[in-house]
Design a protein around this ligand. Structure first.
Ligand SMILES: [Zn+2]
Length: 620
């Protein structure tokens, strides 16, 4: 069972540890073994070698602590499947002395507690270790799984609790650290980290990094591959494989404008550069908001900027998430709900309200679909119970879309100007801190509700947090464009001519297409499906989101002519949001399930361990 002992809070408050400032206890976190109220990490020094033959990251990590309990004699760290070969301790910059360590038996959810003896006064630990080839937070790609097909590729994905599978450390979002890193690679490859990079080191096989802003452990990120860089503006650029970098730079050329628009709304961008790393298609997420260097799926390169809300989203995390961080994983909605709200505001600033509303409506549909697949009732709310569970098990759209609807409701009730000021103040006063839902509620009460009494009630706030559905008093997005799409759909489904539909649809954006396909009745005949496909070539769509909704419709209507393309899509792409619903839909019928099992057998090796685990749940 996981635990995070809150050691003698009274002694902390009476001034043990740091001399000047009273120590604020770090919130208990059920997903970490770390005894953070005895030792809290301040800084980390990494020296790791990426070995593509062994599929290991191996070397040393040095952790520098604030000693919060002068009497503590044991340090407890998080680890998962690590081979630990040595541990040392030191006082300040004094000499390293060998010290005892042991690993507890692992649990499937949290891995093993690593216990290190800390002699009196010591406040540093250095651990020599190697990751496992099966590390949950690493994906080692063969050359065939990359765009260039010549060199292998490695990337990390630490959120939520997988940093411990490649570094033994205090793996919880309530602790922040700065770091220095040295990464050693085969000479022909390039290493990048979500940190300040030392330029001009390509070809040397040794890369050094520095992260001067304090971050939670889940934002530690590394990638190694045949990577090249293309600048988009003085502070934004693209890292990608050579064959991808030009298309990515064109697709994401509005990034600088997005940074400027977000700064105007929510205050300065505090991380220096904002670059994007475009990963191979097996990346299990749309994007990961690693600071200074968002990791992104190539599935959003559609050729028409229609899916760049992903960049707006990951960029928005530079405020909500990276700057003000959920203190524990049950507070995840503070990261994702805020970010989804900010994302739509950025899209509105750059591309207009109509597009932001369409994206918000697609989000609401996604929320309903996602909720319908959740079996643990509390997981349908903004406050899931994660005791004893890997936070990834509770992952769904709820934190994103219910959270965004909550903020949209507050904006509507208090007025945009007032709400913008409020949000900006939230980011400014909590910058580089971790916050709980309770912290947010206190801030909401003093900064908005008390100033404008009677506008929003406590009961409404609680319903947003605890309801298993969207509250009846929600302010839902509407879209005239989508209403027109539905009218065209109804006319065609009701027997109207294809030529009328085709001429109406000529001006549709990708969002209108997604809505059109997603909102088609699941009772379409084979003839109707063939007619649509013949006219609009959905099976061959180069837009991964349109293809996704089309394949779902194809499964529902048993339009098997799309299955070969669907299978290719599910083998090629590892992005969980795009593939998991297809597996789920297939698994709903016996012959569909047989197909899902067959596709998974073919795709499995190419998936990231996290995507693999999610799909296994569906096809088992
Ligand atoms: Zn996010």
């Amino acid at each position: 069972m996981a635990y995070a002992p809150l050691l003698a809070v009274a002694s902390l408050l009476t001034g043990c540890g740091s001399k000047d400032t009273p120590m604020i206890p770090i919130p208990a976190d059920s997903s970490s073994y770390a005894n953070v109220n005895a030792f809290a990490t301040m800084h980390m020094v990494l020296d790791l070698t990426a070995d593509f033959d062994l599929k290991t990251l191996a070397g040393t990590v040095e952790l520098q602590f604030e000693r919060r309990d002068p009497n503590a004699t044991a340090l407890v760290l998080d680890s998962r499947d690590l081979a630990i070969t040595n541990a040392e301790a030191a006082v300040g910059t004094g000499a390293w002395i060998p010290t005892a360590f042991r690993l507890d038996a692992p649990t499937p959810a949290f891995g093993s507690a690593l216990r290190i003896t800390m002699p009196p006064g010591t406040d540093r630990a250095r651990i020599t270790y190697s990751s496992s080839p099966a590390a949950k937070g690493l994906q080692w790609l063969t050359p065939a799984q990359t765009a260039g097909r010549v060199h292998p590729f490695l990337f990390t994905q630490a959120q939520a609790i997988q940093a411990r599978s490649f570094i033994p450390l205090q793996d919880l979002p309530g602790v922040r650290l700065t770091y220095d890193a040295t990464i050693r690679t085969p000479k022909e490859l390039v290493a990048v980290m979500a940190a300040e990079m030392t330029p001009g080191t390509a070809g040397s096989g040794v890369f050094t990094f520095r992260m001067p802003q304090p971050i939670p452990s889940y934002l530690i990120a590394l990638a190694v591959g045949d990577l090249t860089f293309k600048a988009m503006s003085p502070r934004t650029g693209i890292w990608a494989e050579p064959s991808v970098v030009e298309a990515a730079a064109r697709e994401f050329e509005d990034t600088e404008q997005m940074v400027a628009a977000t700064e105007k709304l929510y205050g300065p961008y505090r991380w220096g550069r904002y670059d994007l790393l475009v990963l191979p298609p097996s990346f299990p997420f749309g994007g990961m908001e690693n600071p200074r260097l968002t990791f992104a799926t190539p599935t959003v390169i559609a050729g028409d900027k229609s899916l760049v809300s992903l960049v707006a989203h990951e960029l928005a995390h530079s405020w909500s998430g990276n700057l003000v961080t959920n203190a524990t994983w049950p507070d995840f909605w503070l990261n994702e709900g805020f970010t989804t709200y900010l994302e739509r505001r950025i899209i509105e600033a750059l591309y207009g309200k109509a597009r932001a509303d369409m994206e918000a409506m697609i989000g609401v549909a996604d929320l309903a679909d996602s909720r319908s697949t959740i079996t643990v009732p509390r997981d349908k709310t903004l406050l899931p119970d994660m005791t004893g569970r890997d936070p990834d098990e509770a992952y769904s759209s709820v934190a994103y879309e219910q959270g965004a609807l909550f903020l949209r409701f507050l904006e509507d009730k208090f007025g945009r100007q007032e709400f913008d000021t409020f949000l900006r103040k939230w980011f400014d006063t909590h910058a580089f801190e971790s916050a709980t839902t309770e912290d947010f509620l206190t801030f909401l009460k003093t900064e908005l509700m008390a100033r404008k009494p009677g506008v929003v009630t406590d009961a409404q706030v609680q319903e947003w947090l605890q309801a298993e559905g969207v509250p009846a008093f929600a302010v839902l997005p509407t879209s005239d464009a989508f209403t027109r799409v539905e009218r065209a759909r109804d006319a065609w489904v009701g027997g109207g001519p294809m030529t009328t539909l085709a001429s109406t649809a000529r001006v549709w954006s990708a969002h209108e297409w997604i809505h059109f396909v997603d909102a088609l009745p699941r009772t379409l005949t084979q003839a109707q499906m063939r007619a649509l496909d013949g006219q609009f070539r959905f099976t061959q769509s180069g837009n991964a989101e349109i293809a996704h909704v089309w394949f779902r419709l194809a499964i529902a209507t048993r339009y098997t002519q799309a299955y070969a393309a669907m299978e290719d899509y599910m083998v090629r792409i590892g992005r969980r949001k795009l593939i998991l619903p297809l597996y789920r839909d297939l698994a709903a019928t016996p012959d569909g399930k047989a197909l899902a099992v067959r596709i998974f057998a073919k795709a499995r090796e190419g998936y990231h361990p996290m995507a693999r685990a999610s799909v296994e749940q569906v096809v088992k």
